[in-house]
Design a protein around this ligand. Structure first.
Ligand SMILES: Nc1ncnc2c1ncn2[C@@H]1O[C@H](COP(=O)(O)OP(=O)(O)O)[C@@H](O)[C@H]1O
Ligand SMILES: [Mg+2]
Length: 352
């Protein structure tokens, strides 16, 4: 792994064997099941997967914000070597905002409707740093300028509802800038926004990583976004990591049949056509099959797949939870493989 991480130093965030569960009447849902990964400074790590695969639960676990009745029952989340799971609620509140920033899908929900944007940002800036409100206001205006807000010194007097969704997402990014956190967690940050605005927000997120060295965890179901922004990708399925690899590897030689299915079911950028649809649906989290969780949807399924595969290293930083790929060192060729090359070309990743 270290070989492939950007040459910016050791991991800032290190997650080991994280398990987060929701108790329920039909049984316990293990929404995050033994998840481990590293994040380097300046790296954008994409988390992709179907709806219900545990992406949001993972993102919220990192922030100590799992929704009730969920709770983390095992593992470690180390930020600069300190295990966040050992902190009190009060200590964790300090970590959020100061050391780990966050942006979510609906920015309007992250603000109080009754206070001006300026007041809320100044509050955030003074909470974690020993500065006057005047200094904080200057900092806020500077951050709003950085995210491209026109006339920031005037607009700090406006209330959240007076901003568009895209503008509010910029304000969220400005807020996460105030304390220069080492890590930013972004859960579907552009899903609620227009396409043109999406691109602008993504560019800002990229600049946070590239210009300011933040490690970014970007949860998205948009593979185009992954291709353009991420350095590395984690693919989740039914609570587990099923594949992890550098972004080019994932697009060129996906090793998990689910990853391949996901890529093939993306509409082609030029023709709008999908190569194939993934058949079937994700399993109910309370009724998981024993063995590989993808087996009932898999084109490669064999007898061995009734045993649970571990996440194992292939090569070049690629990891996969699949018996077949592990045996062959990759996913065997199929008829559709020429299509597969076309896809790499259409995502603009070929030849990289
Ligand atoms: N507040 C909650 N209470 C109970 N179960 C939940 C809650 N939030 C999520 N889950 C369950 O956890 C699993 C993962 O959900 P989630 O993390 O939201 O996935 P994703 O973000 O990938 O769509 C799903 O099975 C979902 O039903
Ligand atoms: Mg989600």
């Amino acid at each position: 792994m270290a070989v492939l991480a950007p040459p910016s130093g050791p991991g800032v965030l290190s997650v080991r064997n994280l398990v987060t569960v929701y108790p329920g009447r039909d049984g316990e849902v293990v929404a995050v099941d033994d998840v481990s990964f590293e994040l380097s400074p300046g790296e954008v790590l994409g988390i992709v997967g179907d709806s219900g695969s545990g992406k949001t639960t993972l993102a919220r676990s990192l922030l100590g914000l799992v929704s009730t009745p969920g709770r983390i029952i095992g593992g470690e989340i180390k930020l600069h070597g300190r295990d966040l799971l050992k902190l009190s609620h009060k200590e964790m509140r300090k970590v959020r905002g100061r050391e780990i920033g966050m942006i979510f899908q609906n920015p309007i929900r992250s603000f109080h409707p009754g206070f001006t944007i300026g007041w809320q940002l100044v509050e955030a800036a003074t909470q974690h740093a020993n500065i006057s409100r005047r200094e904080a206001t200057e900092k806020v205006v500077e951050a709003l300028t950085w995210v491209g807000m026109p006339e920031p010194a005037e607009r700090i007097n406006d209330y959240p509802h007076q901003f568009s969704g895209g503008m509010l997402q910029r304000v969220m990014i400005a807020m996460s800038l105030l304390n220069e956190p080492a890590v930013l967690i972004a859960d579907e940050p552009t899903t609620a926004l227009d396409v043109t605005i999406q691109a602008q927000i993504l560019e800002l997120i990229e600049r946070l990583a590239v210009d300011r060295g933040m490690g970014v965890v970007l949860v998205t179901h948009n593979l185009g976004m992954v291709a353009s922004l991420c350095d590395r990708v984690i693919v989740m399925y039914a609570g587990q990591i099923v594949e992890e690899a550098p972004v080019e590897t994932v697009f060129h030689t996906p090793a998990h049949p689910y990853t391949r299915g996901l890529l093939d079911s993306q509409p082609d950028r030029s023709t709008g056509k999908r190569l194939t649809e993934l058949r079937g649906a994700s399993p109910q989290m309370t009724e998981l099959p024993s063995g590989c969780r993808f087996q009932n949807r898999c084109d490669y399924v064999e007898e061995k797949c009734t045993e649970p595969p571990a996440l194992a290293d292939l090569s070049h930083g690629q990891k996969v939870r699949c018996w077949i790929s592990q045996r062959h060192g990759l996913l065997p060729t199929r008829l559709a493989d020429s299509d597969h090359r076309d896809r790499a070309e259409s995502t603009g990743l070929s030849g990289k």
